[in-house]
Design a protein around this ligand. Sequence first.
Ligand code: S6P
Ligand code: ZN
Length: 201
Amino acid sequence: MAIGSKQHASATESDSVRGAKVMVDLATGVLTGAAVETIVRRIRDMKGVYRNEEARRSLDQNKVVYSVQGFYPVSEGQEGGLFWGTTFLAPGMVDDEYFMTKGHYHAKRSRGEFYLTLAGHGALILMDEKRKTVFEPMSHNTLHYVPSHTAHRVANVGDCPLTFLACWPSDAGHDYEALTKERFSRRLRNVGGIHVLVEER
Ligand code: S6P
Ligand code: ZN
């Protein structure tokens, strides 16, 4: 038998082949397919995220800060599955802070995550359980591992949209609440044209 001929024959039978549910454009990060879900976060949704709440209120409340396209092949919370998403984070400032994601711990703290930057310039801000906050610079092709038990948020420090892919366990969940109480120990701020982490007072 010719190598692979049998496998090839069965692979063309319609009951053994199925198309991908989602396509990823690796140039733009855009996901397409009926299974893709999108959430949008606007300035009005970012109450309490920035240090200067008055500056946030003075901006156009409809302005989109970021959107996330996701592919969630199993139910949220189900053990053993994986989720996939693209975050599109606009450039912009609220006083001296950059447009950024809300940030979260995974509800199941033992769960980690991967980020892969496609475009733009950003900072992945990570805070461990001892409240030590650091950031990893993000740019085209940088791969970032978000360890377990680590709060994470992304800031866009450039002039262009920041786009990154993410993959995380389906039972990770999101805990935003914890960060509304204890917050990140340091904030990324523009000080003299440079982005630096400044102690939260
Ligand atoms: C999910 C993953 C990302 C974020 C997205 C928005 O675990 O970390 O898909 O959900 O970047 O950030 P946030 O903090 O608003 O969920
Ligand atoms: Zn996450």
